[in-house]
Ligand binder design. Structure first.
Ligand SMILES: Nc1ncnc2c1ncn2[C@@H]1O[C@H](COP(=O)(O)OP(=O)(O)O)[C@@H](O)[C@H]1O
Ligand SMILES: [Mg+2]
Length: 334
């Protein structure tokens, strides 16, 4: 696999007056060029922390305890800050959570995107940049004449499209979209996500979609990663995960969010709440909320094990594969 991004055994804490928040714990995954990954989990489970780790935009109180991040083969944290700054936006761009509120109200939308291009592509003239913005507007479905309008003249959906255009501005290899559409109604949300996915496929970009709603993510991602309390508890091909979740938490998430396609089934919530990450539970971090937990789950952390091609689960009692009929699955050696 030509890995564009590799996150290896990454552990990151935040220092707070209450103690260390163990926000990312031993997370490992990789992403091939042109692949899309959906990262899901309830609020507070570390999704944005992983995104910020990849972007090397962690706050002052963060502490990387172990692990590495490679982008295009380069070790992100061994680079000089100024060298990485050149990669940011050109190689990896991010659509921040609530980004649509981040457009500057005093400048036209077109001029804000033009500025991003001029900043990262010194050879481009102002005219080149404006032409590029016109193309980007066309790509994301905003009428070109809207370039010279101000953010307050845009609808919510259009602002979101503008922020996507900004992320696309320097043709990055990877875009991280952190809850890009959560503020929008579900119909617009679905439409924009599908359009983003279409753009991604056409341009062979890689994408990380972050959401708390697994039904949204599974439909647009090649691979789905499920996070719980700072851990990546399951990762695998979206089809497998969508059809047959193996981790009890993934299963819970599938039932907690109705399909965006309008099924009217009742929401089954997962009982309890995610733990305080200053004092995460011993053993499996999910065990206090898990109906299938055994004594072992509360004492020793379950290692990630392969349950299928490119599909791994950190659970002692994963749900059986549809065809196996068996119960427990052996520890993978890979
Ligand atoms: N700057 C910070 N300082 C201290 N704790 C933080 C900071 N940012 C996030 N956290 C904590 O880290 C954990 C993971 O947060 P986050 O990555 O934002 O989760 P998600 O994006 O999945 O909602 C949460 O417990 C959150 O409160
Ligand atoms: Mg977040």
């Amino acid at each position: 696999m030509d890995a564009l991004l590799k996150v290896e055994n990454f552990t990151m804490h935040y220092r707070t007056t209450a103690g260390h928040v163990k926000a990312v714990d031993d997370v490992t995954f990789s992403l091939a060029r042109g692949q899309s990954l959906g990262l899901v989990g309830e609020s507070g489970c570390g999704k944005t922390s992983i995104a910020m780790s990849i972007m090397r935009l962690l706050p002052y109180n963060s502490e990387i305890k172990s692990g590495r991040v490679f982008l295009g083969g380069q070790d992100v944290y061994s680079m000089r800050e100024e060298d990485f700054r050149k990669l940011r936006w050109k190689e990896v761009a991010m659509i921040f959570q609530a980004a649509m509120n981040a457009l500057n109200p005093v400048y036209t939308v077109g001029s804000q995107i033009t500025e991003v291009i001029l900043e990262h592509e010194p050879a481009a003239s102002e005219r080149d940049a404006r032409e590029r913005v016109a193309e980007l507007f066309c790509t994301v479905g905003i009428p070109e004449e809207r370039m010279d309008h101000y953010p307050h003249e845009y609808s919510g959906g259009m602002k979101q499209r503008a922020v996507i255009a900004m992320a696309l501005a320097c043709s990055p290899s990877l875009i991280i979209a952190d809850e890009p559409t959560t503020a929008l109604d579900v119909i617009v949300q679905d439409k924009i996500l599908r359009e983003m996915e279409e753009i991604r496929r056409k341009t062979d970009m890689s994408m990380i979609y972050i959401s708390h709603d697994i039904s949204v993510i599974a439909e647009v991602s090649d691979v789905v990663g499920v996070m719980y309390a700072g851990k990546l508890v399951e990762i695998g091909p979206a089809d497998d995960i969508f059809k047959r979740p193996r981790h009890p938490y993934t299963y819970g998430l599938m039932n907690a969010y109705p399909s965006i396609l309008g099924e009217k089934r009742d929401l089954a919530t997962i009982p309890g709440e995610p733990p305080n990450l200053v004092f995460p539970p011993e053993g499996c971090r999910f065990h206090p909320r898990c109906d299938w937990a055994t004594d072992e789950c509360g004492t020793v952390e379950p290692p990630a094990r392969y349950v299928g091609p490119n599909h791994s689960v950190a659970c002692y009692n994963p749900f059986p594969a549809p065809s196996s009929g068996g119960d427990r699955i052996g520890v993978a050696t890979a």
